[in-house]
Write a protein that binds this ligand. Structure first.
Ligand SMILES: Nc1ncnc2c1ncn2[C@@H]1O[C@H](COP(=O)(O)OP(=O)(O)OP(=O)(O)O)[C@@H](O)[C@H]1O
Length: 220
């Protein structure tokens, strides 16, 4: 199992500090970031996805500080907050397109397998005919191409109805058995342990909460 550690990471935009003293260790299972709008969830996830280098602090991958993120990126899957697909393309064509970007070729069986994982049975269906929840699941399927060991998912259940949230939660639980999944959400009901009490913990960012292994920890 690959490990990602954030050690005393600070992050910001220009002179505005957003995250301070972030310490986080991903080593399997689901980790949730729970926080109000603007708390810094997306900023933290983008940092973990190496889209924005930290202002200071270190990302450590499998015990080694990450000077060059190329190797880590090969093992990373990322679902951004907003994902768009070509509406006239089928799910099959969409997945093949994303696979090609990774240098992969997908057989029909690969496509079916990728869609089965996220509960989308029909490879021929036009993505324009998908609901919002189905699109979130297709985005997950694209991020899972290449079998990443670390999956970063920004608001997987935003705009998804309660049944859809339960389904996505279940899918994320299943795929976290042999990888680390880190996700952001506004509501603890999107997490696997909705009734777990929030416990005060070490400061990471104002108003941001973390749930790891079922224990919610409040961030100052
Ligand atoms: N590119 C940017 N340039 C400047 N400030 C930014 C940028 N992106 C985000 N911010 C600011 O950083 C702060 C954290 O934003 P971020 O998107 O990480 O929060 P969030 O917790 O994901 O919010 P939401 O729940 O609304 O998605 C906000 O104050 C936001 O205005």
């Amino acid at each position: 199992m690959d490990h990602l550690e954030l050690r005393d990471v600070h992050q910001g935009y220009g002179r505005t500090a957003i995250l301070k003293h972030v310490n986080l260790h991903l080593a399997g299972g689901v980790t949730g970031l729970l926080g109000r709008n603007g708390a810094g969830k997306t900023t933290l996830l983008k940092t973990m996805a190496t889209l924005i280098p930290p202002t200071s602090g270190t990302l450590i991958y499998n015990g080694t500080p990450m000077d060059d993120p190329a190797v880590y990126r090969q093992r990373l899957g990322y679902v951004p907050q907003h994902v768009e697909f070509y509406p006239h393309w089928s799910a099959r064509k969409t997945l093949r397109f994303f696979a090609q970007l990774r240098g992969q070729r997908l057989t029909d069986a690969d496509v079916r397998g990728a869609l089965d994982t996220v509960g989308l049975p029909d490879p021929g269906l036009r993505v324009g005919a998908y609901s919002g929840g189905m699109k979130r699941r297709l985005a997950l399927a694209t991020a899972l191409l290449g079998d990443p060991s670390i999956l970063v998912v920004d608001e997987p259940t935003a705009g998804v109805d309660p049944d859809g949230r339960t389904l996505i939660r279940k899918i994320l639980g299943n795929i976290s058995r042999d990888r680390s999944v880190v996700l952001s959400t506004h509501t603890r009901y999107s997490l696997n342990h909705p009734k777990t009490p929030v416990k005060p913990s070490t400061a990471v960012a104002h108003g941001l909460y973390k749930v790891a292994g079922g224990v919610l920890r409040r961030r100052r």
